[in-house]
Ligand binder design. Structure first.
Ligand code: SAM
Length: 386
């Protein structure tokens, strides 16, 4: 993870532009300082933590840009602006790393507009090293393949490989696939691949495949399209089969130890250990009604001054929760909260920037799933009434 260690750090005044990077404001609490940086079109925090004899500057997990170079550039420019002595850094930008097709990386808003896409669309969820995704893209140049992954280094790596291998018919997105499904039009996708998902044998509620996910997958699939689960876990296979069989009208296809034209990194690993490989496909056999994609949650009202007792405040209901993890102050009349909320299986993590007459989620909007909406209403009442 890119980071800098600086002794005797004295910051500069905000806002400031150094090189191509803007440093807009900072927020602090007793543990750390967050500096809002803007590089290209991305806004994110640099986190500064006081250590015994120096300051550690690093990325912030929630706002970290997918392109690690944006963060490295911001750390390097920040270093030029402050007074202090650098004692360690690993922020050099290698030329090779910047060779990638960033135009293939999309944000969630893009998917509400994907209805205009004329090409056949397939999805791959949790593509990891991207072997299967890139293979499919090269074999099917007229198909658009959307890769969904929550691990940013995998996205970086696949963007780079796509550039080197001349693959242009993919879009990648850094998002939880279980939430992304709600943005896709009904009957719009030909195939969905879920290959070697984390089995979560002890915590099955965290699996990608669930009744709700399968229901959404069957809605977004075209009639006769399929969702394919490939796994080495017999428990996951049994669970998926049982979940799929609960649907009224469908066709299910099962294969055991049958090779695909390409073997993924995980598949190779399990084959070396002589594990059985299960492949189960569920086909959509109906045409679904269109849906509206979820709307964005917005705050309304007057919010300041905020209540500092909010730190560590928790609200728990049967289907949702809200926790304020940190509260930060700024020099101006602006506050920042770090919050976790939504459903227990798919929690959201965001900052909330609070000014006198406005508050907004950062770095992305929050979409109005039922659990998010209920948590948002509790948060709004805490901000207004303390
Ligand atoms: C065990 S790896 C398998 C990677 C690849 N499919 C393969 O076969 O080599 C599972 C991948 O799923 C990703 N993942 C887990 N939960 C996810 C979610 N909810 N949405 C998108 N990706 C997810 C993980 O980051 C990880 O890269």
């Amino acid at each position: 993870m890119p980071n800098l260690h600086i002794e005797n750090l004295t910051p500069f005044a905000y806002p400031a532009s150094i090189g191509e990077v803007g440093f807009i404001w900072e927020a602090r609490n007793e543990k750390e300082t967050l500096v809002l940086a803007k590089n290209k079109d991305e806004e994110f925090f640099i986190k500064i933590v006081k250590k015994e004899n120096h300051f550690l500057l690093k990325s912030d997990k929630i706002t970290k840009p997918t392109d690690a170079n944006l963060l490295k550039e911001a750390l390097n420019e920040y270093k030029k602006g402050v007074k202090g002595i650098e004692i360690f850094s690993n922020t050099s930008i290698s030329k090779k790393k910047s060779e990638k097709n960033s135009n293939l990386l999309k944000k969630i808003d893009f998917f509400s507009k994907i209805s205009k896409e004329k090409r056949e669309i397939w999805l791959e969820i949790g593509f990891g090293s991207g072997r299967h995704l890139l293979h499919q893209a090269k074999e099917n140049r007229d198909v658009l393949i959307i890769g969904i992954e929550i691990y940013k280094p995998s996205i970086e790596q696949v963007l780079k490989r796509a550039h080197l291998e001349g693959v242009e018919n993919i879009y990648l997105i850094d998002y939880d696939a279980r939430i992304l499904m709600e943005f896709l039009n009904s009957n719009s996708i030909g195939k969905i691949f879920v290959h070697f998902p984390v089995p979560w044998d002890k915590k099955p509620h965290r699996r990608v495949i669930s009744k709700e996910f399968t229901n959404e997958a069957l809605r977004v699939l075209k009639k006769d399209g399929f969702l394919e689960l490939r796994t080495d876990s017999e428990l996951y296979f049994d669970f998926a089969l049982k979940t799929f069989l609960d649907f009224e009208k469908t066709i299910i296809n099962i294969e055991k130890n049958m090779d695909l034209p390409i073997s993924s990194k995980y598949e190779d690993r399990w084959k070396r250990l002589n594990k059985d490989i299960y492949n189960v496909k569920i086909f959509s056999k109906k045409v679904d009604d269109p849906i509206k994609p979820p709307s964005k949650l917005i705050f309304s009202g007057e919010f300041l001054p905020i209540n500092f007792d909010l730190k560590n405040r928790i609200f728990k209901d049967k289907d949702f929760f809200l926790k304020v993890e940190e509260v930060y102050e700024t020099e101006s009349e602006k506050y920042l909260l770090k919050v976790a909320f939504g459903s227990f299986d798919m929690p959201e993590h965001r900052y909330v920037v609070i000014e006198k007459n406005s508050a907004y989620y950062f770095p992305h909007q929050v979409y109005s799933t039922r659990a998010n909406k209920e948590a948002h209403e509790v948060l709004q009442s805490w901000l207004k009434d303390g």
